[in-house]
Design a protein around this ligand. Structure first.
Ligand code: C2E
Ligand code: CA
Ligand code: CA
Length: 783
């Protein structure tokens, strides 16, 4: 079966030819009219008859063009040739004007040449198939030469026609007209042939992508057939439109995908097909791009004839001939529905939480940004971001397992969803954290009340598979535009407010405010100054004596870090230690403390020849650093100190929720003889069970319990209980913050071994503590 493309191509070619012919005839016609413009002869004669013959000949040429537009090229060309031959014969008839014309210099040669061309053309146009390259190669240059000669004859005739005999002139003009009509006919045939050859080359280019000038016709048509088949069977929709954008061909795939029969779109303009969903503006833009020579493309959702949605990717490219003239448009459409579905799925995965199906943080942030933009442009409404932190999830996971915990998270998401409005959003931030976006609000008070109610709503138990699960939430809120004009700032503010709410014990809500902003700024400044403080030598150690409680005799000291910032002055460790922990700066700083304190201790030991010890505070970050045990060992060795010369003070928090790694580190340290003290004992976790689980040597009673002694009965009871329990576990007790002799007496009476406090000495610089140690060592009686 001859493909549709193949059968469509001649039509395409013809449409092109007609354009070219009309253009060339236009030129010839103009010149003809110019020549005929002379006043009409006043008496009818032979010249008149000739003139009307000329007009008839031209009419026939015009009719032929009409045939060319609709009919078949070879037939049309044959007729054009026959008419041309007739014109030439008539022009050569022996009228007085003709003989005079032929007497002009060059005229006979020009006619002869034109006739010769026409005769040579005769067998060629009779061939069943036009040999376009041959026609073009053989005739086009010669046609040009002949045209030039006839032009010269015409000029000579013009000059001759300025003679006084009007009849004679009219005849001459008519002959010139005929000659030009003949020339036009020749040009027609020549151009036709020329165009044919160009198109043959174009076809070839389309097939191979290379301009192969000397390729044989058979090869060309074979390739044409291959190309046609390829287009016919292409998995993509291929449309070919003419230079005005009207569809001339569509492959069968069009009907398969869209359900519209091809016949329904033939002749329709690209961009207005039933599947093209373009508005007038988009169409204008498309044509602008195409006429600028660009490839136009887009992906759009379309609908089939049965109204089923599908996604198509359309590419339209202009096709130009060798002269750079636009001849066609090629439209390729692909059904990309599957890819689109996949993309949508990916998009969904990237923007939604898998467990709860809620939007994730990314989507929440996008929505928040959009809401802020919207209220900036439109109504200036308030948006609020609530950071919701769930308490108790870990407990639920530990007691009921993770899948139960997952169900709880889903239920919490539902409970949050129940309370929000049409423009709001609940998102899962991650873990046990959710975000609530409250949009388009006008009343700050109402937003605050909403947050309060939300916290309250979580005080009632949640039913999970018949189990009543108790949780609570802590909410931190931030408002746009009050606290920030972008999503990131708001998130940071809401998070800060959440931390404040948590610090207040949780199960409450806090909104970001000025003081938080100020504190955040201060922290930022502090952090800035703290970085580099070690290199700039801004740290020092103070040493506070630790005494035997019964005798008051010094047995060692606690090393306490001091920071003297050139900008802020002396900064209390309570202000910067936590920050250094958060930023991990505590690791190098702590190592410096360890080194410095051991160096000092080694000096004391040598000076007094007494087994003094040094208590060194170690933060949890530092303790969990994998290099810690090694560092301790190396530093001790460097200063030739035994392990039991140091006591590492750890806070209670370090023992909480420990997965066993801390115990491991403590054991390794204990193997070196290093002792561990629990600092601030009694202020944190109320369970004491860990005391027996961890290899701890000392308990340091916090100064909060010592403060009220001996009068305050609660402190008295607690301290007595701690001492008794420590004794039962074989642990020694140090009492912190001893400021009065009464406290010393009372605590010593309970059986506490060691004491520390202003009564025995404030934290002192190295020189002062050395002096103090010397004095006490020589004055205090031995225990
Ligand atoms: P801490 O380990 O509980 O240190 C004892 C704190 O109580 C010290 O405050 C000390 O000056 C103060 N103090 C001692 N005796 C008395 C007293 O009789 N009355 C009163 N009112 N206070 C007394 P400081 O030096 O400001 O240290 C505060 C905290 O900073 C320390 O509490 C400790 O947790 C931390 N810290 C200090 N140096 C270091 C260090 O080198 N590394 C680490 N990680 N933390 C350190
Ligand atoms: Ca301490
Ligand atoms: Ca303490």
């Amino acid at each position: 079966m001859k493909s549709k493309v193949a059968s469509a191509l001649p039509q395409l070619l013809l449409a092109l030819l007609v354009l070219a012919i009309v253009a060339s005839l236009g030129v010839a016609g103009l010149r003809l009219r110019e020549r005929l413009n002379a006043p009409p002869p006043d008496t009818p004669n032979a010249a008149h008859a000739l003139a009307s013959t000329t007009e008839r000949a031209l009419l026939r040429v015009a009719l032929t063009i009409g045939r060319l537009q609709t009919g078949e090229a070879p037939v049309a060309l044959r007729e054009a040739h026959a008419q041309l031959a007739a014109v030439l014969t008539e022009a050569g008839a022996s009228t007085p004007a003709a003989s005079q014309l032929l007497a002009l210099p060059d005229a006979a040669a020009a006619w002869g040449e034109a006739r010769g061309l026409a005769d040579e053309l005769a067998p060629l146009v009779k061939l069943p198939q036009l040999d376009a390259p041959l026609l073009a190669g053989r005739f086009v240059p010669r046609l040009d030469a002949t045209a030039a000669r006839i032009g010269k004859v015409a000029d000579a005739a013009d000059a001759a026609s300025r003679q006084p005999d009007p009849d004679h002139n009219a005849d001459l003009r008519a002959l010139i007209a005929l000659a030009l009509a003949g020339l036009a006919g020749l040009l027609l045939a020549g151009t036709l042939a020329h165009r044919q050859s160009q198109l043959a080359r174009l076809r070839e280019q389309v097939a191979h992508g290379i301009a192969e000038r000397t390729v044989g016709q058979q090869q060309t048509s074979e390739r044409l057939v291959t190309l046609s088949h390829a287009i016919e069977q292409s998995p993509a929709i291929v449309l070919i439109a003419d230079a005005s954008g009207c569809v001339e061909y569509a492959n069968p795939r069009f009907e398969t995908v869209t359900g519209y029969p091809v016949s329904e779109i033939l002749g329709k303009r690209v961009g207005t097909l039933p599947t093209d969903r373009l508005d007038a503006d988009e169409r204008a833009q498309m044509w602008a791009e195409l006429s600028a020579g660009k490839i136009w493309q887009r992906e759009s959702e379309s609908r089939t004839r049965r109204d089923d949605p599908y996604w198509e990717r359309t590419q339209i490219a202009p096709v130009r001939d060798l002269q750079g003239e636009l001849t066609h448009f090629v439209v390729v459409k692909e059904d990309v529905s599957e890819r689109k579905q996949f993309e949508a799925k990916l998009l969904r995965q990237a923007r939604y939480d898998e467990l709860t199906g809620l939007p994730n943080r990314l989507l929440a942030m996008e929505r928040l940004t959009a809401e802020i933009d919207r209220s900036d442009r439109a109504d200036g409404a308030i948006s609020a971001l609530l950071f919701v932190d769930v308490q108790g999830l870990k407990r639920v996971n530990d007691s009921y397992g993770h899948s139960f915990g997952d169900r709880l998270l889903v239920a919490i998401g539902m409970r949050l969803l129940e309370r929000i409005g049409r423009h709001d959003m609940v998102a899962r931030f991650g873990g046990d954290e959710f975000l609530l976006l409250l949009a388009r609000r006008s009343d700050v008070g109402a937003v605050r009340r909403f947050a309060k109610e939300l916290v309250k709503a979580f005080t009632s138990a949640i039913d999970i598979q018949g189990q009543q699960v108790h949780t609570s939430i802590t909410v931190g809120g931030a408002l746009a535009p009050l606290d920030g004009r972008d999503a990131d700032t708001l998130l940071r503010c809401a998070d800060t407010a959440r931390s404040h709410a948590k610090a207040e014990g949780g199960s409450t809500c806090r909104f970001y405010d000025e003081s938080m902003r100020r504190r955040a700024l201060e922290t930022a400044q502090l952090d800035n100054l703290l970085r580099g403080a070690l290199e700039r030598n801004e740290f020092s150690l103070a040493y506070q004596p630790v005494v035997d409680l019964a005798s008051g005799r010094p047995i060692g000291a606690e090393a306490l870090l001091r920071w003297n910032s050139p900008v802020l002055g002396p900064v209390s460790p309570d202000r910067f230690i936590q920050l250094a922990e958060e930023t991990s700066l505590i690791v190098p700083i702590g190592e410096w403390v360890l080194e410095q304190a051991c160096r000092e201790l080694a000096a004391w030991r040598e000076m007094l020849n007494l087994p003094l010890h040094m208590a060194i505070n170690v933060s949890s970050r530092q303790f969990h650093d994998y290099r810690f045990v090694d560092r301790v060992q190396t530093i001790l060795q460097n200063h030739e100190l035994p392990g039991d010369a140091i006591v590492l003070e750890l806070t209670e928090r370090l023992f909480l929720g420990d997965d066993g790694t801390s115990i491991e580190v403590m054991r390794e340290l204990a193997e070196q003889g290093v002792r561990i003290a629990i600092d601030d004992f009694g202020t944190g976790y109320s369970s004491l069970s860990y005391l027996s689980r961890f290899p701890v040597h000392l308990v340091k009673i916090d100064r909060a319990f010592v403060k009220g002694l001996p009068e305050d009965s609660e402190s008295a009871g607690l301290s007595a209980a701690i001492v008794a329990m420590a004794g039962a576990l074989g642990l020694e007790v140090i009492c912190e913050g001893v400021e009065t002799p009464e406290q010393q007496t009372y605590l010593a009476g309970l059986g506490a071994q060691h004491g520390q406090g202003w009564l025995f000495g404030k934290p002192l610089p190295s020189a002062d503590i050395r002096q103090l140690l010397l004095n006490r060592a020589s004055s205090a009686p031995a225990a």
